[in-house]
Design a protein around this ligand. Structure first.
Ligand code: ADP
Ligand code: ZN
Ligand code: ZN
Length: 807
């Protein structure tokens, strides 16, 4: 007899033992996915181990093996255990999200009759009411297992009927992750967009079903083109509805262009002395074949990428593989092209814009050891790289390394653990390292390497801070652009140089308020104000994407005096058109960029000189290297400063420094203008001096005083519920469990979360600060046990270890 230990995606800590049927005995290996019965359901789990020892209690038999080869090797299984432990997330959930090609795996839930159900059907069917939905569903299931969506089409109230049948034990659910047909997947890469000429509400228009109406309304309120697969997350059944709407000419459907990888022609460079010194240190560590971590702190334009490339060469020359992680937005086809150019067939790019089939192919090449250079975003840290020698994390401070859903891991930190386990060298690069990483360098955990100068000793840009309070006093006008900024933009237009303008807030106006009663227009699902998007004539929630039409009168007092307050990137673009009617202007934010390729095409057009001015949100601040940009204007440095978050200053400093770093990267010197009403704030002042060290020292003092990271380990404990009383009561209960606070833990709260209602759920939170990680971990586990004993819904408690934001 053979048994296997299986980890299941359920909110429980332990693994479960199953008996292996003889047919599977020799095929199952740790790291393979397997289908097993769990209660009345069938779940896909991960095999952790095999053994011959019979367990103490009777066990069920495993049903089906889903992988003939392990999808996670021993190294990755052990990394999964570390993540589960460190981030207090059940192992089954961690392993599921590490499983490659989650896009390739489709969840299907099939319902079938149990034996008891079959007997009952026969009896009930005699003389039953044909219209009774329960009867309808039982009859349908008699023939074969069916999906919920199919049943929903056939019978009213299908879901609630199924649930009650499930409770009675007549129906069982099978949760099956089936392999998706890659051809089918790529065929759905279509883009849908609303045709404003067509009106669905016209009386002669054909009748639409509910799905079609929903999708139609969604596309009307969310203009632009949408990827069908992504639409599915907002509108269920979107693909089918889209095809039917397109047939009736109510929307447009077009195939998405295939991902073209551009070939960069940049020749390999001779390293300058600073780059050479950095490279030699990394190369020596690679020879040592032992874990070592470097922090490469290089000012913007100092040539960090070239150091990575040479280090990767060195790793390959030593017969080892390299993994390079980049922030989400940075992995463009142009970047991919650079790597293809340099490493040819040895490189695998894990790009979310690739089709499932392409991704599956990359994954296979990595696992087979054919691809020895792997470039990917956050989840690339789980790539099955063989014989790992070097891990590079570019822009290590970037927030997109943190996953915002369970498991809430930070890809940078997981990458370092992975490197340590593999005996590999880790290189973290940034012009503005996170406080944590820089502090690790100070304490000697990482080796600090600096690139203090720009390539070819190009000067850092000149930065001027414009005090907008002063500007108001002198002009008596509240303007978006100071006179100095207008004048400088004008000069660039005359000299045919380019300008980037950053405002880290999208939309037209930040919110709408009634002048008569003070009412602010809020989202119906979230406790946040709606943002006015003018081009689309709608009010939009930036948290849940809820949209509504712009009111003509106040919804509360019916007054006509509505005030549109605040400025967003859309308004900046409009005012630029007004002030510079001849300038060619492009805007880049989440409203104008719907996919990676679109992003790339705007950037390309700008690089090719098709635009004079590029306006955008933080998207434009990241990593781009455009030589003809000689002016960077920050329309307002104040956007992020007021947020109730201990990282507000750090984030503002990073954004301003990175944005400023886009100026003067070519042969022409650059200038940066920062507009602010907080000119004396240290984040603004030190960013304007491009003084990372000064900022680091100052911010470190603040963190030390307030006992924030890196001086304490932090966890955010969030309680949520659709009912406010429940959320409040649960958070109060957790407060009592932590009173008195465990030794070494400081508890802040419970208190209302900064966004007290999000997506229709009320939120309260407790913040745990601990001097010691072990104590923090034990405290969280204690809370998790408590909520399980109290039988709280599994979704009520959200644990975020090392949160990047407290909002
Ligand atoms: P960073 O990432 O540090 O901001 P990049 O890696 O983008 O800087 O490099 C800035 C520019 O300098 C790029 O255009 C790059 O091609 C160029 N560059 C890098 N190293 C060298 C070198 N040794 N000689 C000449 N140009 C270089
Ligand atoms: Zn009003
Ligand atoms: Zn909302």
């Amino acid at each position: 007899m053979m048994y296997c230990e299986v980890s299941l995606p359920v909110p429980l800590e332990q693994a479960f033992t199953y008996l292996l049927p003889q047919t599977l005995e020799h095929r199952v290996q740790p790291g393979c996915r397997i289908l097993v019965p769990f209660g009345s359901r069938k779940l896909t789990g991960m095999v952790l181990a095999l053994n011959t020892q019979p367990p103490d209690c009777p066990v069920k038999e495993a049903l089906r093996l889903l992988d003939e080869e392990p999808v996670l090797n021993a190294e990755l299984l052990s990394l999964g255990r570390w993540i589960s432990q460190y981030y207090c997330t059940p192992l089954g959930e961690v392993l599921r999200s590490m499983t490659p090609l989650s896009g390739e795996v489709r969840k299907t839930k099939l319902y079938s009759l149990t034996d008891a159900g079959r007997d009952t059907v026969r009896q009930l069917l005699l003389g039953a009411d044909e219209e009774d939905p329960t009867m309808q569903i039982l009859q349908l299931l008699e023939s074969r297992p069916l999906s919920a969506s199919y049943l929903q089409k056939k019978a009213p109230n299908a879901l609630s009927v199924i649930r009650s049948l499930e409770k009675k034990g007549f129906v069982a659910m099978e949760d099956l992750e089936s392999q998706r047909d890659p051809l089918r997947a790529s065929a759905t890469r279509l883009r849908a967009s609303f045709l404003s000429t067509a009106r669905a509400s016209d009386s002669e228009a054909p009748k639409l079903n509910k799905r079609e109406r929903e999708l139609h309304a969604f596309l009307e309120l969310h203009p632009g083109t949408h990827n069908l697969e992504e639409l599915e997350t907002s509108v269920k059944g979107a693909s089918q509805a889209a095809r039917s709407l397109a047939r009736r000419n109510l929307i447009a459907l077009e195939p998405e262009a295939p991902t073209g990888v551009l070939n960069s022609t940049a020749p390999p460079r001779t390293l300058n002395p600073h780059q050479l010194d950095a490279y030699q240190q990394i190369e020596a560590a690679l020879r040592g074949s032992q874990f070592q971590a470097f922090l490469l702190e290089g000012v913007t334009g100092s040539g960090k990428t070239e150091v990575y490339l040479k280090s990767i060469d060195a790793a390959i020359a030593l017969g080892r593989s390299a993994l390079l992680l980049v922030p989400e937005i940075a992995l463009t086809p142009a970047v991919a092209g650079q790597f293809f150019h340099r490493f040819g067939d040895r490189v695998a790019i894990l790009h979310s814009a690739f089709h499932d089939a392409e991704r599956a192919e990359q994954w296979r090449r990595i696992r087979a050891g054919i691809a020895t250079v792997v470039v990917g975003t956050r989840s690339g840290v789980f790539a099955p790289v063989q014989n790992l020698g070097l891990v590079v994390i570019d822009e290590e401070h970037d927030q997109s390394y943190k996953q915002q859903e369970a498991p809430r891991y930070n890809g940078r930190d997981v990458a370092i653990v992975r490197a340590r386990e593999a005996g590999a060298v880790a290189v973290l690069g940034s012009a503005t390292p996170s406080l944590e990483s820089r502090y690790n360098a100070e304490r000697g955990k990482y080796t600090l390497i600096k690139l203090p100068e720009r390539i070819e000793q190009r000067p850092m840009p000149d930065v001027e801070v414009m005090d907008m309070r002063q500007e108001f006093l002198e002009t008596r006008k509240l303007t978006t652009f100071s006179r100095r900024l207008v004048e400088t933009i004008d000069e660039r237009l005359k000299s045919r140089e380019q300008t980037m303008l950053l405002l880290n807030r999208r939309g037209f106006s930040s919110f709408v308020a009634c002048r008569a009663c003070g009412e602010r227009l809020e989202c119906i699902n979230c406790a946040v104000t709606l943002t006015y998007h003018r081009r689309d004539r709608r009010m939009l929630c930036h948290y849940c994407n809820y949209a509504q039409k712009v009111p003509s009168v106040c919804p509360k007092c019916a007054s006509e005096y509505l005030n549109f307050i605040g400025t967003g990137s859309e308004k900046v673009e409009e005012e630029l058109h007004r002030d510079f009617p001849h300038a060619r202007i492009a805007r880049m934010d989440r409203d104008t960029v719907s996919g990676k390729r679109h992003f790339e095409s705007i950037l390309h057009g700008f690089r090719d000189g098709n635009f004079d001015i590029l306006v955008g949100t933080q998207m434009i601040a990241k990593g781009h290297d455009i030589p003809n940009v000689t002016l960077v204007g920050i329309v307002s440095a104040d956007v992020g400063l007021g947020l109730p978050d201990f990282r507000a200053a750090e984030r503002t400093f990073q954004l301003l420094t990175q944005a400023a770093g886009r100026a003067g990267r070519g042969n022409l010197p650059g200038i940066v203008l920062i507009q602010t009403i907080n000119p004396e704030h240290y984040a603004v002042r030190l960013a304007s001096q491009q003084d990372y060290e000064g900022f680091y020292q100052k911010e470190l003092q603040f963190r030390k005083l307030m006992r924030y990271p890196p001086f304490a380990a932090l966890a955010n404990v969030l309680v949520r519920s659709q009912k406010q009383e429940d959320a409040l009561a649960m958070s109060a209960e957790l407060g009592r469990v932590l009173d008195p606070a465990p030794e070494g833990i400081k508890v802040l709260g419970p208190a209302e979360a900064p966004v007290p209602k999000l997506k229709s759920e009320f939120r309260y939170q407790l913040l745990l600060k601990a001097a010691d990680r072990k104590v923090l971990n034990e405290t969280i586990r204690h809370l998790q046990r408590f909520t399980r004993e109290q039988k709280w819904p599994a979704t009520a408690l959200v644990i975020d270890v090392d949160p990047l934001t407290l909002l």
